[in-house]
Design a protein around this ligand. Structure first.
Ligand code: TGC
Ligand code: FAD
Length: 392
């Protein structure tokens, strides 16, 4: 793979809106990605292997629980810093951002928000350092976009719960030490349970043959009469709103992360277009390639503004689920379009692993599907503006 020459586009001087802390966090993450991720990521994606050696670095830059308070091992940062960290990591690879998103927003967030004090003390500090890794089990083979229909269930057996069922498409599951699992009780009410690796009847087979997120480990969670201690139930919230609340936080991070992937594709295509000579001049001097590049920077700039404003609203506790949906949907769609256009700017070279674009493009096919598909987010916006749900 070519050396990482990335220079971040900032067409509307958005840096002026960032605090010194935001810039410090962003730049530290950017440098770490250049140093630790870029040199190895293509090789791991080609091998379809998760680079586990990155976990300690991710913890050091504060990517595990950026907004979780210091007392539980988190970095205690605001939502814009969290977004910037996700942007910079996804500039390197969506799969590595996935690992950080899941750990922060889908494992640490529910334990911090819905967990007991004992659960917070037991799990959060170890999750923040990456000593323990977690995963989030919501999706099932027959219930993807419609998680409310889940059939994974637990029964009260007096001194423990008995958990049965299966989850599919679970990021980090093959190596996770714990899983935050959503399951129905005997009354059909959804609760979160912390399941630990090693509990009898709990297994996590890996999903192979992915053409997307190849440097991220994805797998199943299988529960065959797993005895879960009663103290592992998250007491703070139940019902479908509990897992959906975690998704708000993760989707927000993805809205920023997708900008990173798009920036990398744009920057690569711009550099290539200036250097590549055809018909006696750089292809950057042709109107068609300028159209592609000009549209890319316009869309990136719009996405940056959307994410920044959403970050302000998150900091003020005012961002709605529908606003987050709009930003996730728009920014991922923006990124996947830019990846496709940027790949064309590189001609044949665009399909090789010499450049990051094709990897980003394939990764974004997962990003546009997980955390709510492109269609589902459109319907969330539709429901919000019309007052009518298209789901029921
Ligand atoms: P609906 O009737 O609309 O809602 C059920 C209850 O939940 C409440 N609620 C929320 N609460 C908190 N935060 C949110 N974002 C919420 N959205 C809804 C709602 O108020 C209601 O509460 P109550 O008290 O009235 O019961 O539910 P529905 O069954 O009609 O479904 C709505 C729909 C389709 C929008 C929802 O199911 C959905 O978002 N589906 C998409 C599923 C999804 O996103 N799955 C993601 C799995 S995790 C993942 O992909 C991780 S990838 C990680 C990585 O690698 O980065
Ligand atoms: P389906 O729900 O079957 O949807 C199929 C198609 O139908 C989609 O185009 C969808 O938009 C459309 N559709 C569905 N309902 C409607 C409707 N009402 N109206 C119109 N169109 C509709 N899940 C987790 O719980 N944890 C994880 O860590 C996790 N990681 C993932 C990692 C990867 C790499 C991938 C690919 C997925 C991951 N997921 C995870 C699962 C992901 O959230 C689901 O794939 C996603 O929610 C969609 O579910 P589905 O794949 O079952 O598609």
């Amino acid at each position: 793979m070519k050396p990482d020459l990335f220079e971040a586009p900032d067409y509307f001087q958005l840096d002026d809106l960032l605090s010194d802390e935001h810039k410090l966090v962003r730049d530290a993450t950017r440098q770490w990605v250049k140093r630790a991720v870029s040199p190895i990521i293509e090789d791991y994606a080609q091998k379809a292997e998760f680079p586990r050696q990155l976990l300690s670095g991710l913890a050091e830059i504060g990517a595990f629980g950026p907004y979780i308070p210091h007392e539980y091992g988190g970095a205690g940062l605001d939502q814009i810093s969290y977004g910037l960290i996700m942007q910079e990591i996804e500039r390197g690879d969506s799969g590595i951002r996935s690992t950080a998103s899941v750990q922060s927003s889908l494992v640490m967030y529910p334990i911090y928000t819905y967990g007991s004090e004992a659960q917070r003390q037991k799990y959060l500090p170890k999750l923040a350092t990456g000593e323990w890794m977690g995963c989030f089990g919501l999706t099932e083979p027959d219930y993807g976009s419609n998680p409310g229909g889940m059939v994974t269930n637990f029964k009260d057996k007096g001194d423990h719960y008995l958990l049965n069922g299966a989850k599919l498409w679970i990021s980090n599951s093959p190596f996770a030490d714990i899983a935050v699992v959503w399951a129905k009780n005997e009354e059909g009410r959804i609760h979160g349970l912390i399941v630990e690796r090693g509990m009898e009847g709990f297994s996590t087979p890996e999903t192979h043959n992915k053409w997307s997120l190849r440097a991220s480990a994805t797998g199943e969670l299988i529960f065959d009469n797993v005895k879960v201690p009663k103290e592992n139930l998250l007491p703070g919230k139940n019902g479908l709103g509990a897992p959906l609340g975690c998704l708000d936080s993760a989707r927000y991070g993805i809205a920023w992360g997708a900008i990173g992937a798009a920036m990398d594709c744009y920057d690569t295509a711009l550099r290539y277009a200036k250097e590549r000579i055809q018909f006696g001049k750089p292809i950057a001097a042709t109107q068609l390639q300028q159209k592609k590049l000009a549209e890319m920077i316009t869309e990136i700039t719009k996405a940056q503004l959307l994410a920044y404003r959403l970050g302000q609203l998150r900091n003020e506790g005012k961002a709605t689920t529908a606003q987050i949906s709009m930003a996730k949907r728009n920014n991922v769609d923006m990124a996947i379009h830019i990846a496709r256009e940027a790949r064309q700017v590189l001609g044949g070279m665009g399909i090789t692993g010499e450049y990051s674009i094709m990897r980003h493009m394939m990764n974004l096919e997962s990003v546009i599907t997980y955390e709510g598909t492109h269609d589902i987010h459109l319907l969330i916006t539709g429901m919000d503006i019309t007052g009518h749900s298209a789901f029921s």
